[in-house]
Design a protein around this ligand. Structure first.
Ligand code: HEM
Ligand code: HEM
Length: 180
């Protein structure tokens, strides 16, 4: 089923969840590799890949949020308290906020630098900001801090999923798996 039901996530929500999880982890490795590379044409290319993938991730996150808003999530599995529910909801809101804030801060770092950027070497991007080295560096620092925050929240999220599965023996993880 494409849409969510009262007891199951639908294939679209599951597909977007795992596609984004894989892309975001890959994007983190790519960003760190681009940052560490010696100044060279390859470094420039790594950054074009990083920014292009980052813009694609942002578009997918917006699509995911639109889908989420028009598809109510499944009900809580039996045995979960309202405190569990509030905690999970707060964690998920934070994940969505960081999945938007990380690419936006990267965009500001890129757009306020002097380096021209075409998505996948072809689609020109609007030049919204004047070149400003201080702003670009600050946005770069914020981008890095937000990535660390995202990774920490993801780590908590994964631990919570495993806790539900192995300790509380409920359906929370199973119903998000693509092969259930
Ligand atoms: C989910 C999306 C993204 C993730 C997880 C991510 C992750 C990263 C990471 C890990 C670094 C290296 C930080 C360091 O080691 O210092 C980095 C740097 C960078 N990223 Fe991203 N990024 C994302 C999206 C974007 C987007 C959409 C753009 C621009 C269009 C972008 C532009 C940059 C730039 C310019 C840097 C260098 C920053 C600096 O040091 O000044 N990123 N990113
Ligand atoms: C970059 C990595 C990840 C991100 C950004 C992420 C993000 C999210 C978000 C935002 C939700 C809330 C869905 C909603 O209510 O709309 C969610 C749900 C979920 N995630 Fe992740 N996730 C990631 C990786 C993982 C991993 C590795 C696991 C498993 C170990 C996992 C297990 C789950 C489960 C079980 C749910 C469903 C929770 C429920 O039914 O309320 N996630 N994820």
């Amino acid at each position: 089923m494409k849409r969510n039901t009262s007891s199951q996530w639908g294939t679209v929500a599951i597909g977007l969840h795992w596609l984004l999880a894989v892309l975001i982890i890959g994007q983190t490795v790519l960003g760190a590799a681009a940052e560490d590379a010696q100044v060279s044409p390859e470094k420039f290319d790594l950054f074009v890949w990083h920014k292009s993938l980052g813009v694609s991730i942002l578009l997918l996150v917006l699509l995911r949020i639109a889908w989420r808003l028009t598809n109510p999530p499944p009900d809580l599995p039996a045995g979960l308290s309202s405190r569990d529910w509030q905690l999970a909801r707060a964690g998920h809101c934070l994940l969505y906020a960081l999945m938007i804030a990380v690419p936006l801060s990267g965009w500001v770092a890129s757009d306020s630098s002097r380096i021209p950027f075409r998505i996948f070497w072809s689609v020109p991007t609007p030049d919204l900001m004047a070149a400003n080295r201080d702003l670009s560096e600050l946005a770069g620092e914020i981008h890095e801090l937000l990535v660390i925050a995202l990774l920490l929240v993801v780590a908590g999220h994964v631990l919570a999923a495993l806790h539900h599965h192995f300790i509380r023996h409920n359906d929370v993880l199973r119903r998000m798996l693509p092969w259930r």
